[in-house]
Design a protein around this ligand. Structure first.
Ligand code: 6R9
Length: 651
């Protein structure tokens, strides 16, 4: 394995001022190291329990964990009712901002009334704890209300991203056998209403897997467009939920009651329904939100830019922040509607103090230019977060300088749909963060970087590259894949079966100081002439060139070297007029210089756009198809499949 040579030598400790007011410091690591289970029991006490647990962790059924065995709690009560009961009913929970500019401020008291109405209506439909509900909604308040109403009743929700196709929706509805689908007439996209209910109709009409499980379709009116209606099956939210009593008495659920299923793509075509439960999940979501974001209830204005259709939206828009009584921004639309100033206007207007986004967003901001954030007062920002993929050091530094005023700590948070909550991150009041490093496991979390045989690479001296494993169960861990225990075992546990470790599927590097650098999925690690090179490393070197806005790199099969490196780059506006052949030569030289001549790309294609999933991840598999001249594989999870016509025209 080759070790990355990118020369990151800068590190950013928090200011003394930030450290002095921070929620967490060194004592947290000490407490977790002294007694891990006692530490997690302490964290679980952030929540209100109806029945206390008898045992913190039962790992006897490994790899299916039970946390807080025998305990009972209600997730919605923890996220809403208890804050109202404590006198914070008038605090705004959600500053909702619609794409066309309409707004709604929802207090915790409002949220309690809305969630209670929805819970009463779901009960009237005959839904009972354990039933599944599919939620296929844009970023409207009803999406959050629906999730919490499900949680309140013990209905297991399956949120399906509202940009997914009817086919994707149907396969998820069938797999979970959902009895209710909650959707909207349509959604706003760059000023235009796009149909959504029509996609549900199409999904439910197509041939599926067995008899259709759906009995009712509940429709939120958002765009006001005309929608086809199936009498007896379809009902309007405003004619049903809104008519219910705003009072509802909740009951505690077992700590291991399934809270939600969230589908994520695996190495095979069929998505995996990742199952999360109640007590451990909420404990870790609340714990991480409190310490990683240094969140102060009633003071901070928090904004996570994710969509509720992926796990970041579940844990860091809905469950973590609301359990911690956050005041947050929920924005419905795209960041460049009506123009590229939108996010910065929102930050300035609402005095956002904590901003959590994805590296792809940061690189997009870089592409638009620093003068855009510079036109706004971003002085309210005191902490920045990153999630979803490795953040290249250049983007990290740009983020800190141009959004964080060279003062706000950045937390680069590594986790997965499967882990349920953040696993690795700097602690913002303590860690001297290095640009591009998730730094290390949080207190209470255990991770190692190991080789094929499971030897711990941190034991050696100096740097090492290997596989990231989680060697102890953690509270928010997945409890399985819905309906497929064998696939659960095979995907995550067979690789290090002897040791009993969870295989994360990511490569990582440990540097000489013991800091962890997640390099990306191991299937994104290329092998060129026997040298392992991470796609992320090469991308980082490319993006380091002032003319490159964004880059994606794949390993394409090569008769001589095993794999050859093929890069797809988007140029910045400034570089757009340069001679392409010259730019390509410069970029090849840049990578040779930054990493090593072995990392020099074989081909570099200048393209107008990159193919991305709805959660902002570049679909390398499809770029590999292009690089190797194959027919394209499944493009159903792409935001815009037409991107390929443009790429092919250039490649
Ligand atoms: C939360 C989320 C998980 C995969 C994960 C890894 C990549 C996420 C990262 C990161 C480097 C970070 N990833 N955060 N890589 N640094 N801070 O993204 O969940 O959609 O399931 O993706 O994303 O490869 O394995 P999910």
């Amino acid at each position: 394995m080759s070790t990355p040579t990118e020369p990151v030598t800068d590190a950013y400790p928090p200011s003394a001022e930030f450290a002095a007011q921070a929620n967490g410091g060194a004592a947290l690591y000490e407490a977790a190291a002294a007694d891990r289970e006692a530490f997690w029991a302490e964290q679980a006490r952030r929540l209100s329990w109806d029945t206390p647990w008898e045992q913190v962790l039962d790992w006897s059924g490994a790899p299916v964990a039970k946390w807080f065995v025998g305990g009972k709690l209600n997730v919605a009560v923890n996220c809403v009712d208890r804050h109202v009961a404590a006198g914070f009913g008038d605090q705004v929970a959600i500053h909702w901002i619609g794409e066309p500019g309409d707004t709604r401020d929802i207090t915790y008291a409002d949220l309690l009334a809305e969630v209670s109405r929805a819970a009463n209506y779901f009960t009237s439909l005959g839904l009972v704890a354990g039933d599944r509900v599919a939620i296929y909604l844009p970023m409207v308040p009803e999406a959050i209300v629906a999730m919490l109403a499900c949680a309140r009743l013990g209905l297991t929700h399956s949120v399906v991203f509202a940009g997914f196709s009817p086919t994707a929706l149907r396969s998820r509805v069938d797999d979970a056998r959902a009895r209710l689908v909650i959707t909207a007439d349509g959604q706003w996209r760059r000023g235009k209403p796009a149909g959504l209910k029509s996609a549900v109709d199409e999904a439910l009409a197509m041939p599926g897997d067995g008899e259709l499980s759906v009995e009712q379709v509940l429709v939120v009116r958002r765009t006001g467009q005309d929608v086809p209606w199936t009498a007896g099956r379809d009902v309007w939210w405003h004619e049903t939920v809104a008519e219910q009593s705003p009072e509802h008495t909740a009951m505690g659920m077992d700590a291991e009651h399934p809270l939600f299923i969230l589908y994520t793509s695996g190495t095979t075509g069929k998505p995996k329904g990742i199952v999360h439960t109640t007590g451990g999940y909420l404990t870790q979501a609340a714990y991480t939100h409190h310490y990683v974001f240094d969140h102060k209830p009633g003071v901070d204005v928090y904004w996570c830019t994710a969509d509720i259709g992926w796990v970041t939206g579940h844990s860091y828009i809905v469950y973590g922040p609301l359990a911690n009584r956050a005041t947050q921004i929920v924005y419905e639309g795209t960041p460049n509607y009506p123009d590229e100033h939108r996010h910065f206007e929102i930050i300035a207007d609402r005095r956002v103090s904590i901003y959590y986004t994805a590296p792809t967003m940061v690189r997009t901001f870089m592409k638009w230019g620093a003068e855009i954030p510079a036109a706004h007062d971003l002085s309210s920002i005191r902490l920045l977060g990153s999630v979803g993929e490795p953040i290249n050091p250049e983007a990290w530094r740009w983020y800190r300088t141009n959004i964080g005023g060279d003062r706000a700590p950045i937390v680069d948070t590594w986790w997965q749909t499967e882990t349920g909550a953040i696993m690795m991150s700097p602690l913002p009041g303590l860690t001297a963060a290095k640009p591009g490093a998730a730094m290390g496991p949080l207190p209470g979390i255990a991770a190692q970087v190991v080789d094929e045989d499971g030897h711990d690479l941190a034991d050696g001296d100096g740097e090492a590259v290997g596989y990231l494993v989680l060697d102890q169960p953690w509270p928010a861990m997945l409890r399985g894949i819905w309906g497929d225990p064998q696939r659960y075992q095979e995907t995550y546990w067979d690789r290090y079966a002897e040791q009993g470790w969870y295989f994360a599927g990511d490569g990582a590097r440990i540097d000489a100081d013991g800091a962890y650098w997640v390099l990306g999925r191991v299937d994104d690690v290329m092998n060129v002439s026997g040298h392992r090179i991470s796609t992320a490393e090469v991308e980082s070197a490319l993006v380091g060139h002032s003319g490159v806005a964004e880059a994606a790199v794949v390993g394409a099969s090569d008769a001589t070297t095993g794999q050859g490196i093929v890069a797809f780059v988007i140029l910045t506006a400034d570089a757009a007029d340069a001679d392409p052949a010259t730019v390509v030569q410069e970029l090849k030289a840049e990578v040779s210089k930054e990493i090593s001549p072995i990392a020099r790309p074989r081909d570099i294609h200048i393209v107008p756009e990159l193919p991305k999933t709805r959660s902002g991840k570049i679909m390398r598999r499809l770029l590999r198809d292009v690089a190797e001249g194959r027919e394209l594989g499944d493009t159903s999870t792409l935001v815009d499949p037409a991107v390929f016509d443009a790429i092919r025209a250039q490649a």
